[in-house]
Design a protein around this ligand. Structure first.
Ligand code: 4NP
Length: 157
């Protein structure tokens, strides 16, 4: 039996960036017939949007790329269960990472999302598109898909 790779994407509200990352990695894994080998989830460090679907702009951007994230619902990071359940805890930006360290996540489990982008010398933040224009979501999508593919490429499957 193969052990599953467990991945948790984390942002602030779990309605813009991390659900998009979640949908993209799930899509790539399904396309590459690796579904059974992965457990993918996402959450936010804050509880502001718990129970809500992703932001309509994230849903629309995913849909433009044939990815359906309408079934996702926001939840808050839970240190009492998530630290044990996930091998890879992947914050979208340095501030999310600092929040997770304060919540007790051991640094070896933490990798910034864009550290998986092979085109970057140094990992940069996935910018929060919440207060910006709609085009911010497509830019975020392009950052996320490069990082998700980079994540899969560096795994020994
Ligand atoms: P996310 O974006 O962390 O990518 O889900 C945000 C969503 C909501 C808020 C901030 C960022 N907010 O202030 O409500």
């Amino acid at each position: 039996m193969t052990t599953q790779t467990t991945v948790l994407f984390v942002c602030l509200g779990n309605i813009c960036r991390s659900p998009l990352a979640h949908g993209i990695l799930q899509h790539l894994v399904d396309q590459q017939s690796l579904t059974a080998q992965f457990h993918i989830d996402s959450c936010g460090t804050e509880d502001w949007h718990v129970g809500n679907p992703p932001d309509p702009r994230s849903i629309q951007t995913a849909a433009l790329h044939n990815i359906d994230i309408t079934n996702l619902r926001a939840r808050q990071f839970d240190p009492s269960t998530d630290i044990d359940r996930f091998q890879h805890i992947i914050p979208m930006d340095a501030s999310n990472k600092r929040n997770l360290i304060k919540l007790g996540v051991p640094e070896p489990k933490l990798t910034l999302m864009r550290a998986f982008d092979p085109t970057l010398q140094k990992p940069q933040d996935v910018p929060d598109p919440y207060y910006g224009g709609d085009d911010g979501f497509e830019r975020v999508y392009q950052m996320l898909i490069r990082a998700c593919q980079g994540f899969l490429d560096q795994r020994d499957l």
